[in-house]
Every structure is written in C-alpha cells, then in structure tokens.
Design a protein around this ligand. Structure first.
Ligand SMILES: Nc1ncnc2c1ncn2[C@@H]1O[C@H](COP(=O)(O)OP(=O)(O)OP(=O)(O)O)[C@@H](O)[C@H]1O
Length: 281
C-alpha cells in the first residue's frame, strides 16, 4: 500500500522542530484491556504502549471505544454505574487499578482535557489555573502560586493573551482560550500524562492550530494521548498512532498501532488504509 494522506502543515513538523532535550512524562501501558457497559462489551484486548516524550493519537470511526479507552486510562470509566473492565493499566510499571492505589493519586498523575472546554466560568483566570490543586490537596501560596500560574499559562500558550487580566472570569475568554486555560489547569498539578479527548472539535481552525502548537511544545515534558477524528491533526501532532475499529457489533479492537508516518503512508492492514484515506468512518 502506498497512499499518502495530504497533510496541511499548521503545527511545526512533529518530528523535526526543535525541542528541549530532556524528556519528562511517564510510560503508560494498557495490557489486554477489555471494557463493558452492563453486558455490552465495547473493547476487547487492548494492549498499547504510550511512550514518554511522545504524542499518541487514537483514531477510528465513531463508537469504536476510543473515549471509553481514554477514560479507562485515568479511572473515569468506573464512574459509570454499569461499567466494568478487565486487564491492567500500567503507569511506569505500576497498575493504576491495584486496590492500594488511590483514585486521586491516579487523577493527579494522569490529567484529562475534554472535547468541550470546561473552565469554571465565574472563577478568575488565575483561580482556574490553581483549581485542580485543591482537589489533590496541594497547597501553594504567595509568590509560588504567582509563579505557577505564569508557568502553566505560558506552557499552555495563553500567558501573553491574559497576563494583564488574570482576575477576569475564565468564562469571558474565547473557546480556544478557554481550552488552553483548561490545559493550564491540568498542568498545574504537574501530571505525568495528559489525556485529550477531541480537544479541538469545538474550536475554529485558528484556535485548533494554537492548541496543536501547544501539544507540540508540551510533549517533551508530559506524555500525551489524544483522541481525534481529524486525520490531518493525528498526522500533524502525533508520533505514534493506534487505529481502533469495532466491526459489525463486535467490541472495539486495535487493528494497527505504530509510527504515525507508517500508519499514514504504508499501513499493514487494508482497513487502516481505507480509514486514513477517508473511505469509511
Ligand atoms: N455511558 C455509557 N453507557 C452505555 N454505553 C456506552 C456509554 N458510553 C459509551 N457507550 C457505548 O460504548 C461504545 C464505545 O463508545 P465510545 O464513546 O467509547 O466510542 P468512541 O470511539 O469514542 O466514539 P466517538 O468517536 O463517537 O466519540 C459505544 O457503543 C457506545 O454506545
């Protein structure tokens, strides 16, 4: 197969742009993960290694279980009363589902950014950044708090736009700015992994481009896993890509995972080629 998806270059090239040499983040690995809602099995045997210093994109048609998988990765799946799962999720080799692990510790280490920006609208921009710290019981005061707010807003690519109005409500920002504020809020607890569930689907192209740049800048310090329906976005921002598929009422599986360049140029499975070339889904 020798198909090449036309890629519109907006974010810097994921492979070649200059990045800091030090790699942070953690390795996140799912081992034979299956998931159910009641008796409905929606994922079967998902094994995937999400490397530190990389962006891993989860792609696939609607309903194949990408969001469910993402929610399993930070223990949000178990919040649904009918939900159950099997398998292991390892964060730097420790199973986040072991009974001794506290859910708040997992959430602190594995942050999530959602499809729709969800800042606290009445809270100030500054308060939004530090809002997650309360949940994790972390205290920062005075100069340390000020420095943290600037650091996280800078990393999220929002500092310059909001530095003169940190006390304005978060709800007064544009959609794209709100999403970057949510990224800053996630970064404030210093996560090892950031999960992003279609973070640009509610945004215009300019805001999308800005978020993609932010993802690119963050990937050396936090492991990023992103669900996207946008093939060009997956090709632009990720180094690894996993193609999920649920065929004819069967649970979602990973058809193929590997280097993004290969998935988009010479995939092993014809179903992957059909999907990345837009022939279905
Ligand atoms: N809370 C829930 N209760 C019952 N079934 C659910 C629930 N959430 C998802 N499902 C089912 O699980 C399957 C996988 O859904 P999921 O949202 O993970 O897929 P997806 O690939 O992320 O889809 P999309 O791309 O449309 O967001 C679907 O059959 C869906 O109907």
């Amino acid at each position: 197969m020798t198909s090449v998806l036309p890629v519109v270059p907006t974010a810097p090239d994921a492979e070649t742009a200059e990045l800091p040499a030090i790699i942070g983040g953690s390795v996140l690995e799912s081992d034979e993960v299956s998931a159910w809602f009641g008796s409905h099995k929606v994922l079967a045997g998902i094994s995937l290694k999400m490397e530190a210093g990389q962006v891993t994109a989860l792609i696939g048609p609607s309903g194949c279980g990408k969001s469910t998988f993402l929610r399993i990765l930070n223990r949000m799946h178990e919040l649904v009363p009918s939900a159950s799962l099997a398998g292991r999720v390892l964060l730097d080799d420790d199973d986040i589902y072991e009974p001794v692990r506290r859910i708040t510790d997992t959430r602190k280490r594995i942050g999530m950014v959602f499809q729709k920006p969800n800042p606290f609208p009445a809270m100030s921009i500054a308060e939004n950044v530090t809002a997650g710290l309360k949940l994790t019981g972390t205290r920062v005061r005075g100069g340390e708090r000020t420095a943290l707010i600037e650091e996280c807003l800078t990393k999220a690519g929002l500092w310059k736009e909001v530095k003169d109005r940190l006390n304005s409500p978060g709800g007064a920002l544009s959609g794209g700015q709100q999403q970057r504020l949510c990224i800053a809020r996630s970064l404030a607890v210093r996560p090892d992994v950031l999960l992003m569930d279609e973070p640009c689907s509610a945004l215009d192209p300019t805001s999308t481009r800005r978020i993609e740049e932010t993802i690119h800048e963050l990937r050396r310090e936090v492991t990023i896993v992103i669900v996207t329906h946008n093939m060009q976005q997956a090709a632009r921002v990720s180094q690894t890509c996993a193609f999920f598929l649920a065929e004819q009422g069967t649970p979602g599986v990973i058809v193929e995972a590997g280097e993004t360049k290969k998935i988009f140029s010479t995939p092993e499975d014809p179903r992957t080629a059909d999907y990345v070339e837009g022939r279905f889904g």
